[in-house]
Design a binder for this molecule. Structure first.
Ligand code: AMP
Ligand code: ZN
Length: 276
């Protein structure tokens, strides 16, 4: 089993041509996926540092922070911390609720809001830290769920930027993101993290209430690992064609915060108004 996950990740890293000299910032949540990413990248000799956002969500966030600190100590890597309460003035719970109570955030799911905010922070901070790449823990189940959700929504175009490496236009303000676990099923990652006795918080985020994704996840849990891999093989097979659907797309800079965006106002600023 170990051979599988390690071989698979090595193959993925080869496919995306990851260089051992590049500085890779691993976005560490404290969960099993990003922990395994850091562990494997370090094991394979890549130049990594850790980055963790303390979301200020009570005991859960405290346990995540402890796990991340322990991991970085164990791997002997530098850890960069971003405390959302001191940087943005409130915890993620508060920011999210404030957004949801306003018209612009009505109907938005917790995970969607949190995801946009985290992505914005990670790109901005990775740039400040002069990272060449950002690595996240997205796994095969996450990616297959997203791919299926986009098909069910009738918007395969939304999958155009998916993949083990971001396919955006090169831009000095946008740090390329990589997903070393893109082809690894969640169960294998969980098992591997336990076998290697890695410091991991296994509990789910207390705010993860995205009902549509939960429904898709339940459906996906009825599939075998082979079937999940096949979903992504379909994705790989049509990926280039999907990309051609978004010919008019270009990366601009958000008029409010200056961060790279596909629209005049980035998704983050559509939710929270941040001035340059
Ligand atoms: P999620 O959006 O929670 O599914 O997380 C997706 C990926 O984002 C994880 O695998 C991590 O790489 C990264 N991530 C999530 N939460 C955090 C956090 N609090 N700090 C840093 N990175 C995170
Ligand atoms: Zn913006």
């Amino acid at each position: 089993m170990n051979k599988n996950i390690e071989t698979q990740v090595k193959q993925t890293l080869k496919k995306i041509k990851l260089n051992k000299k590049e500085k890779i910032l691993v976005a560490l949540s404290g969960g099993k996926d990003s922990t395994v990413v850091a562990y494997l990248l370090k094991k394979f000799g890549y130049n990594i540092e850790g980055f963790h956002i303390d979301l200020g969500m009570g005991g859960y966030s405290q346990r995540c922070l402890t796990a991340v600190k322990q991991l970085c100590k164990q791997l002997d890597i530098k850890l960069h911390l971003y405390d959302i309460k001191s940087e943005m003035g409130s915890s993620m719970c508060y920011i999210r609720t404030a957004i949801q109570t306003e018209a612009r955030g009505k109907g938005l799911k917790n995970c969607a809001i949190c995801g946009v905010i985290k992505k914005w922070i990670i790109n901005k901070e990775a740039r400040k830290l002069k990272a060449d790449k950002i690595a996240t823990g997205h796994n095969l189940d996450d990616e297959a769920q997203t791919f299926l959700m986009n098909i069910f929504k009738g918007s395969p175009k939304l999958s155009a930027n998916s993949g083990a490496i971001t396919k955006n236009i090169a831009d000095k303000k946008f740090i390329t993101r990589i997903k070393p676990l893109f082809y690894v099923p969640e169960d294998e990652i969980r098992e591997y993290s336990k076998k290697m006795k890695l410091p991991v918080v296994y509990e789910k985020c207390p705010c993860a209430l995205d009902s549509y994704r939960i429904q898709i996840r339940q459906f996906m849990n009825t599939l075998t690992a082979k079937e999940k891999i096949n979903i992504m093989k379909n994705f790989d097979g049509i990926s280039e064609k999907i990309q051609k659907l978004k010919t008019d797309e270009k990366l601009e800079y958000c008029e409010l915060c200056g961060e790279p965006s596909r629209n005049k106002i980035c998704k983050m600023c559509q939710l929270v108004n941040i001035k340059k």
